[in-house]
Design a protein around this ligand. Structure first.
Ligand code: SF4
Ligand code: SF4
Ligand code: SF4
Length: 512
């Protein structure tokens, strides 16, 4: 009987293609490009800090204090959002800093996040001790929902952003709204932590997780990885996943033995503490490694990136003068009270995501080898998987420009208003007012803010073009008829995305 490969090879090919057997397999070859070599935890001081059970607690504690202060002052403090510490710190500083952490480090914010941190303390019934019995039901997240991967958290991010826009929370508007939003997030986190096991909320639901995970893959911290994958293969205990006396099993369901990016490492250090072989370390990597190098591209991540791209384009467009008439017309037609109309909100996002999908489809249709066969990665490429084979690499390549676009969106609030945090702090103690010189002090003029935004986007665009060139060379060229054509087409798309974002920033005139 003919083997599958022979059957496929005998199918008529529209253009000749050389069938190649998969290249050398094995751990070394599979992970060579993703395995970082620079280990931070080789330094004795770093190793001691990471082994200490108070490591993550001490990261979370200061944020926990700020977080409860934000809630209290948002509810009880002044109604002036520029002078209220809750709104000032959240919208003028915090969101921007989270983006800096993502781009430079990865999931640094997740390591110190008060939402997940607070819920985890309750779930574990401890601030930092290793307890053996968790509070709550400890259920597994339903498999059909888990299959949505990064798409489910994008849906919760879209809902949260729509609510935020509808009530003008991040404007910033009424300070109490900011408090209620934060209370809503931590309540949802607590509920999930008490119903489901580990950090199900962080992995499958948190509105921020897709954004932090994808944009964070640009960062230079590879996360906690295994030192020798062969040791993991023969390891009998798998304590990094199951937990030991010294540490919890990975709260993020990530096995260091197979991790090839920093996407799902919450930098909690539990695997470092629990591995009995001392086979886990904290590693650094070159920027963009977790975007370019992984061989396993996930379709849920690709859709997550495409939808996030649609959202940021919507936010940019709604800051231009062309947007209001569209939204007003839709609201009067659909009898919706005010901005943002859900139809144009979801419509824009869908269009943005569809453009990424449509371009991927068109590139696949235009360049894919029409013969069927083994490709260099050892996967089959047939017509039904053609879209997936092109969509995932194209979407991953856009991560740097999508990340840069979100970061540039935060700049006006930071550069125009961050100094207000000082009078807002003074106001807690009964000093200061809107007459403080820092209340109306901007770090930059609007003209320079636009220049900075465009520069940030262009930097992201250059990184996206580079990432796309590398990804296309490794993953699309082997399945394409025209090696140069497929690279040029995908890189041109990345450049066009960046050009569109930069152009919108010019039109926005530093509007936030
Ligand atoms: S995924 Fe969300 S809740 Fe979990 S640590 Fe990260 S930001 Fe916090
Ligand atoms: S416990 Fe250590 S050696 Fe065993 S699988 Fe986990 S990281 Fe590998
Ligand atoms: S246990 Fe290890 S792999 Fe899992 S999130 Fe924590 S640091 Fe990352």
């Amino acid at each position: 009987m003919a083997t599958k490969m022979e059957e496929l090879a005998s199918e008529p090919a529209w253009t000749p293609v050389k069938l190649r057997a998969p290249q050398r397999s094995g751990l070394e070859e599979r992970f060579a490009a993703t395995d970082p070599t620079l280990e931070l935890s080789r330094h004795p001081l770093v190793a001691r800090i990471l082994k200490n059970r108070k490591f993550q607690f001490l990261l979370i504690l200061p944020n926990q204090i700020v977080f409860w202060t934000v809630i209290s002052i948002g509810l009880a403090g002044t109604v002036d959002p520029g002078l209220n510490f809750g709104t000032a710190i959240t919208w003028y500083v915090w969101f921007c800093l989270v983006f800096v952490m993502m781009v430079v480090v990865g999931r640094a914010w997740c390591a110190m996040c008060p939402f997940g941190g607070f819920a985890e303390w309750v779930q574990r019934r401890a601030l930092f001790r290793r307890t053996q019995k968790a509070l709550g039901l400890g259920l597994k997240f339903p498999e059909p929902l888990a299959r949505f991967g990064f798409v489910l958290p994008v849906a919760s991010f879209l809902i949260l952003t729509w609510i935020e826009e509808f009530f003008n929370i991040a404007g910033p508007g009424t300070p109490a709204y900011t408090s209620w939003m934060v209370v809503g997030i931590v309540s949802a986190a607590l509920l999930f932590f008490l119903v489901f096991e580990r950090r199900t909320f962080c992995r499958y639901v948190c509105p921020l997780t897709t954004l932090i995970g994808t944009v964070g893959s640009v960062g230079s911290v590879a996360g906690f990885r295994t030192r020798d994958r062969d040791v993991c293969l023969s390891c009998k205990t798998k304590d990094c996943m199951r937990g030991s006396e010294d540490g919890y099993g990975c709260p993020w369901y990530t096995w260091p033995g197979s991790a090839d990016s920093n996407l799902y490492c919450g930098l909690c250090s539990e695997c470092y503490k629990s591995c009995p072989e001392g086979n886990v370390g904290l590693f650094l990597q070159k920027p963009l490694t977790s975007v370019i190098a992984p061989r396993r591209r996930r379709i849920d991540v690709a859709w997550g990136i495409a939808l996030l791209w649609g959202l940021v384009l919507y936010q940019q467009f709604n800051a231009t003068s062309a947007f209001a008439p569209v939204d007003n017309w839709l609201n009067s037609t659909l009898h919706f009270p005010h901005y943002p109309d859900p139809v144009d909100y979801l419509g824009f996002i869908a269009i943005g995501a569809s453009i990424v999908a449509a371009v991927s489809w068109a590139v696949g249709r235009g360049f894919a080898s029409r013969a069927v066969g083994f490709v260099r990665t050892g996967h089959f490429l047939d017509r039904s998987s053609r879209f997936r084979a092109f969509f995932a690499p194209v979407a991953y390549g856009l991560i740097p420009v999508v990340g840069a676009d979100y970061f540039a969106r935060q700049l006006p609030k930071f550069l125009q208003s961050a100094p207000r945090v000082v009078p807002a702090i003074e106001h807690i103690f009964g000093f200061s007012s809107t007459k403080s010189s820092l209340y109306s002090f901007s770090l930059m003029t609007n003209g320079w803010i636009v220049v900075t935004q465009v520069a940030v986007v262009l930097l992201g665009t250059a990184a996206a073009a580079w990432a796309t060139w590398k990804i296309a060379g490794r993953e699309l060229v082997p399945v394409s008829r025209n090696a140069i054509g497929v690279r040029v087409a995908t890189v041109t798309f990345a450049l066009a995305c960046g050009a569109a974002a930069a152009f919108l920033y010019v039109l926005m005139h530093a509007a936030d």
